[in-house]
Design a protein around this ligand. Structure first.
Ligand code: SF4
Length: 492
């Protein structure tokens, strides 16, 4: 049985960084943990791949029982091809010590084509590289492909009734493009094989490549000597600029020379870190507080973005709002009232969401959100979907104020915010006793994934526990906003 040294994913890892490839093969357990969010992206890819099989139904699936049995899949693929099977799912090939599996291999009208399915809504250079490697291995195994197609999600498709897979997916022939990459593939394969056979960890300094095209999962290993308050903790500058400083030997924020033309935002961050103090622009904070009109609503939305639309009238990756939390105060020292909405899984939540939101925000008063773009987008989308509520939703949008502004503009900045003005960075700096640590759901991506998973959950106890966890998370977001504003008000 032919064995192999590289797979599609380890090859791509090597293209990004040879050290990453070596560590992956020799120090696998030192990888950074996979977050639930990343895992959900992997799962989404698998699910879309399986759905796309229905474009060519009736094929033979050679997916192995475990990742250690792909060699058997390769043998089975050859056997099926020899027997004249026309559609094979997860068709597997080994050549030049490389193993690849292609989502669909289809023979139709005397032509043979490979189809690789992607869950995203566009084609990237990495996908091309990925396809070029598959094409190289399949051809090397003795099968000449007439075409190679990348299949990806059509964001313009609007679901009406049954899913129309021929409209949900876009198929693009990339054979001509990927064949031009063959020489590069052969060279990269050679480099990667030599890395793995040399048994020496390749020398590679950290750099932009640690994040491009994907965040490397050995950042915990290679970056462990980067101290706190380094230039990588500066917000408002991109990685390229950070590495320019790093490559000039500037590691710490305090080492940035005064002669450098720094933005006001960076100067404030440097001043806060160098003096270990909170920087407050009292005039700006006072103006911000005075610009708000009580009664105040503190509002936060949660949404999820199914790659395959679930509800009629929606498109792939549309933000579907399913939950909000709303705190209300009639005056700075007024009683705090809480309202909330969480959709039932399985039903289109949008209309009920809009109706409840309009009811709960009917009385006058500014609506305070954190990072207004998201809440505004959701309300604008709802006003398109439900024209009968357009005027009222526009009226609510006109009342939106953004609590993130003083932090985004560094009018209030604490060293522990590490350059970020996200709610999760600002809250512990201002209100350390209010924490997300003990919550089951700790951030928005996790809330989205959790709600999406509820769509197919049947265990009633699990559904009840999950709903409680979602409600607790979203409520904490708006409570955090209440407490942050109270703290800013107390400064006056
Ligand atoms: S963290 Fe950076 S240098 Fe280290 S293995 Fe990953 S990509 Fe390479």
């Amino acid at each position: 049985m032919a064995n192999y040294l590289l797979t599609k994913s380890s090859f791509l890892r090597g293209v990004q960084c040879q050290k990453s490839l070596y560590l992956y093969k020799n120090f696998y357990t030192q990888r950074d943990p996979v977050s639930l969010f990343q895992q959900s992206i992997f799962n989404r890819g698998t699910n879309i791949g399986i759905l796309a099989r229905q474009l060519y139904p009736g094929g033979v699936d050679v997916t192995p029982a475990s990742v250690f049995k792909y060699e058997e899949s390769a043998l089975l693929t050859q056997k099926l091809l020899g027997e004249g099977h026309e559609i094979i799912y997860e068709a597997t090939f080994i050549f030049d010590e490389i193993l690849v599996a292609v989502d669909l291999l289809v023979k139709a009208q005397g032509k043979c084509m490979a189809l690789e399915v992607k869950s995203s809504a566009s084609i990237s250079d990495t996908y091309m590289m990925d396809a070029a490697l598959q094409n190289y291995v399949i051809k090397g195994s003795g099968l000449e492909l007439d075409d190679f197609l990348l299949v990806y999600v059509n964001r313009e498709y609007i679901k009406h009734g049954e899913l129309d897979l021929n409209k949900l997916f876009i198929k693009t022939s990339v054979k001509k493009i990927i064949e031009k990459k063959t020489a590069y593939i052969i060279e990269q394969v050679k480099v990667s094989k030599s890395t793995l056979k040399d048994k020496i960890i390749p020398e590679k300094n950290i750099g932009e490549h640690c994040y491009v095209p994907y965040p490397c999962d050995f950042i915990g290993t290679c970056w462990k000597n980067i101290p706190p308050d380094s230039i990588f903790d500066i917000g408002g500058i991109n990685k390229k600029k950070q590495f320019e400083l790093y490559n000039q030997g500037i590691m710490m924020i305090k080492d940035i020379p005064d002669t450098m033309n720094l933005s006001d935002s960076i100067k404030i961050q440097a001043e806060a870190i160098n003096n270990n103090k909170v920087i407050i622009d009292m005039k700006a904070i006072t103006d911000f507080i005075h610009s708000l009109h009580y009664p105040l609503y503190f509002l936060d939305f949660e949404s999820f973005m199914p790659a395959v639309p679930i509800y009629d009238g929606t498109h792939p990756y549309e933000h579907i709002p399913f939950q909000y939390s709303l705190h209300y105060k009639s005056a700075p020292d007024g009683k705090l009232i809480h309202k909330e909405f969480l959709a039932e899984a399985g039903l289109d939540p949008r209309r009920t969401f809009a109706e409840r939101l309009l009811k709960d925000t009917k009385e006058p008063g500014d609506i305070l959100v954190y990072n207004k773009d998201f809440e505004k987008k959701i309300m604008n989308d709802l006003s398109q979907d439900f024209p009968e509520y357009r005027d009222e939703l526009k009226q609510r949008i006109s009342r939106i104020r953004d609590l993130a502004v003083p932090f985004a503009k560094k009018q209030y900045y604490a060293p522990s915010m590490k350059g970020s003005y996200s709610l999760k960075a600002v809250l512990p700096a201002l209100i350390p006793d209010l924490k997300y640590d003990e919550l089951t759901i700790k951030e928005g991506g996790m809330a989205s994934n959790t709600f999406e998973a509820l769509q197919t959950e049947t265990d009633l106890f699990k559904i009840a526990d999950t709903r409680d966890a979602l409600l607790a998370y979203c409520k904490t977001d708006t409570l955090a906003m209440v407490r942050i504003l109270e703290l800013l008000e107390s400064l006056l």
